[in-house]
Write a protein that binds this ligand. Structure first.
Ligand code: ZN
Length: 314
């Protein structure tokens, strides 16, 4: 008689504002295979996004027997409605409501779990990363946007609408008053220090400092490239970023949650640690004893592995 196959794998979907990754992950946190593509962004047409996710999952299932799959975990850059299994008003994607759980469940007949990407990532740190021995820690990402996941007293904080940890929308400035992409307010952290918005803040800052803007800066990478070439104005700008923004945001996190560690991830941090981490350490308030501020050992895989933890540990 044929032995029944053991269910030991999870399909993980990391839906980022820039890239969409789908992988198959083992119980000990190994990514066995993955596919990556640009995140589809056709305004108000999320059906193409769902179709793309289905295509990528099917590509995985060509090499892994579906009988081994426990379920599908999806991490999204957005608040979620966990009852309906939808992402709601993702600030960096051109959609309002997107049903995720229902269409995937229907197509694959597998359990589907949905989470905000930072809540997923902090779980990945808890099970596979730098949070394994800690009961109080934060995962903080600075990438296209800024967000956090919070483990407090060994529990994942989720909040009334599963929307805790949206620290990118902390108010950190009342001088430049930049509008946030969320369209819900001004002076939000994300409007200054996220990868998407740093170039906009640079323009405003140069103007206020009366520095002629001769810079052809389109992305945050352009800004860090200029800093690596020791451009004086840009280095001063990054000090400003460190002082009034990253450190203010991080200081607020520390007094709100009293973490033992802040584990940092996201492409802006991972690619530019030397320009970001020392400035934060230098500028944080010391009302509480400062936590350890470290780089995620899971690096760019934190959200994908987090999506897998939704399947394995929920
Ligand atoms: Zn905002």
């Amino acid at each position: 008689m044929k032995k029944e196959m053991k269910k030991d794998l999870a399909i993980a979907v990391d839906l980022g504002a820039t890239n969409l990754r789908v992988g198959v992950v083992s119980k000990n946190g190994k990514i066995l295979k993955q596919f990556i593509t640009e995140t589809p962004k056709i305004k108000n047409q999320p059906s193409f996004l769902i179709k793309t996710i289905i295509v990528l999952i099917n590509s995985i299932l060509e090499s892994y027997d579906k009988k081994r799959i426990l379920g599908i975990g999806v991490a999204v850059p957005s608040p979620i409605d966990s009852k309906k299994g939808e992402m709601t008003s993702p600030p960096n994607l051109p959609y309002k409501k997107v049903a995720i759980v229902k269409p995937l469940k229907k197509y694959f007949s597998l359990p589907v779990f949905l989470s905000n990407d930072c809540s997923a990532a902090v779980l990945a740190e808890k099970y596979f990363g730098a949070g394994r021995k800690s009961s109080n820690f934060i995962y903080l990402t600075i990438s296209s946007g800024i967000g956090s996941g919070i483990i407090a007293d060994n529990h994942l904080l989720s909040g009334h609408n599963n929307s805790t940890g949206e620290v990118g929308h902390f108010i950190v400035d009342t001088i430049y008053n930049l509008p946030c992409q969320c369209q819900k307010g001004y002076g939000h952290w994300e409007a200054y220090c996220s990868g998407n918005n740093m170039p906009i803040f640079l323009k405003t800052w140069l103007k206020s400092e009366k520095i002629k803007n001769n810079y052809a800066v389109k992305t945050s990478k352009d800004i860090f490239d200029l800093a690596k070439n020791k451009d004086k104005n840009i280095l001063n700008f990054l000090k400003q970023i460190g002082k009034i923004n990253d450190a203010r945001g991080v200081s607020n996190i520390i007094v709100a949650y009293n973490p033992e560690k802040i584990i940092m991830g996201g492409s802006v941090v991972l690619n530019n640690q030397a320009f970001i981490i020392p400035e934060i350490k230098k500028n944080i308030d010391k009302f509480l004893s400062p936590p350890k501020i470290i780089i995620s050992p899971l690096k760019e895989n934190a959200c994908l592995l987090g999506a897998a933890t939704l399947v394995f540990f929920k």
